[in-house]
Design a protein around this ligand. Structure first.
Ligand code: PMP
Length: 373
């Protein structure tokens, strides 16, 4: 009998990967509100739509490879935002220049390129868990081995335990602040103690996807932290506060040497022409967009306040989402919500994450969640 020709082997670390299961793209059935992907509920500003339309005229050409105009706009924005923050000024804030900024196809791609820049096969990456579901995937794809460290009982990152998990084999640590899906953010004092405990040749990636929604003044100031510690990289996105999730723009801020390495591992032309111009226009319209962020923050605080009044014991919510630790009741509760018209994100056996959107969505969620207790 003829033997079958051998098949192309797939990397074992890849064939064993969990799938990244996104929320449904559009609400299904009766669901009227999509609160399952931490998106911005507002449509893009007319000025941003106009910038995309203008840029569309040139898509027969390749985009600016390193997105230099966008990178300069991000550097300007970060340099001015830290100068205006009196707390940051006291600690000589990191002066961001274009050489410190690397953009990518969403911050999830940026995270992967950051890890690819530093990991050798088998290097360990300490990761808080439960956290962002793409972390196990990007760590494995970059050739790393994930070392998960459980959250505290109040759903916070356990930074002392994460520092203790660092060994000679650790090359990087992921710090998600605010933590998706649970909500709490890392305080500056926790971060300082953590960075003092972690060797300076271990990369500390601070994922600040939701930083614009943070209102607790004790929370870590990424740029000031980068100023004091050369091994820190910040990762941010235009998907949440800036409302460009569908266009995929994220960026890293790092020391020049690390930024060069991240640029080297990044996909060439990783941010497309339309996305570059939409992001530039969004930075120009920053003040208008930040009003929307304020509305989401107010809506979040209203939701959390009303739920706590009803007796819910919820973790601190510093992002644009609220975490219900429902344990075994999670899947049934999410199905109930969908039937009632709210699409939420269940993490089976753990809890439900609800994105903050329109006030009407909050009202419906408040009704639905009455039966979850
Ligand atoms: N980091 C965290 C913590 C997130 O929650 C997300 C999106 N869910 C991302 C990164 C990735 O966002 P994007 O790729 O859209 O920039």
């Amino acid at each position: 009998t003829a033997r079958r020709a051998p098949r192309v082997p797939v990397r074992p670390s890849v064939s064993g990967l969990p799938a990244y299961v996104p929320g449904a793209r559009t609400p299904v059935g009766a669901a009227a509100y999509k609160l399952s992907s931490n998106e911005n509920p507002y449509p893009p500003l007319p000025s941003v739509v106009a910038a995309i339309a203008d840029a569309a005229d040139d898509v027969n050409r390749y985009p600016d490879m390193y997105a230099s105009e966008l990178v300069a706009a991000i550097a300007d924005h970060l340099a001015s935002s830290s100068a205006q923050d009196p707390l940051a000024a006291e600690v000589a804030p990191f002066r961001v220049t274009p050489e410190n900024v690397v953009v990518g196809n969403g911050s999830v791609a940026v995270l992967q390129h950051v890890l690819e820049a530093v990991l050798e096969p088998g290097d360990q990456v300490v990761v808080p868990w439960r956290s962002f579901e793409a972390y196990p995937i990007v760590v494995a794809v970059a050739g790393g081995e994930m070392v998960p460290v459980p959250l505290t009982d109040d759903a916070r990152l356990d930074l002392p335990a994460m520092a203790a998990a660092v060994t000679d084999r650790t090359r990087a640590v992921l710090v998600c602040t605010p933590n998706n899906p649970t909500g709490p953010a890392v305080r500056q004092d926790e971060m300082d103690a953590f960075l003092d405990a972690v060797p300076s040749d271990v990369l500390v990636v601070v994922d600040e996807a939701y930083v614009e929604f943070v209102r607790d003044p004790r929370v870590v100031d990424g740029l000031a932290t980068l100023d004091r510690h050369r091994n820190v990289v910040l990762v941010r996105t235009f998907s949440k506060a800036y409302g460009l999730a569908g266009l995929r723009v994220g960026y890293a801020v790092a020391r020049k040497r690390l930024a060069r390495a991240i640029r080297a591992t990044s996909t060439p032309f990783g941010v497309n022409h339309l996305a570059q111009h939409a992001a530039i226009a969004s930075l120009a319209a920053r003040d208008e967009l930040l009003v929307r962020v304020e509305n989401v923050v107010a809506e979040r605080d209203r939701m959390v306040g009303l739920l706590r009044d009803r007796g819910w014991d919820l973790p601190d919510a510093q992002g644009n989402f609220v975490w219900f630790p429902l344990g075994e009741r999670t899947v049934a509760a999410a199905a109930e919500a969908a039937a009632a018209g709210v699409l939420v994100r269940p993490f089976a056996g753990e809890g439900i994450r609800v994105s903050v959107g329109e006030p009407e969505a909050t009202d419906l969620l408040l009704e639905v969640s009455a039966s979850w207790r």
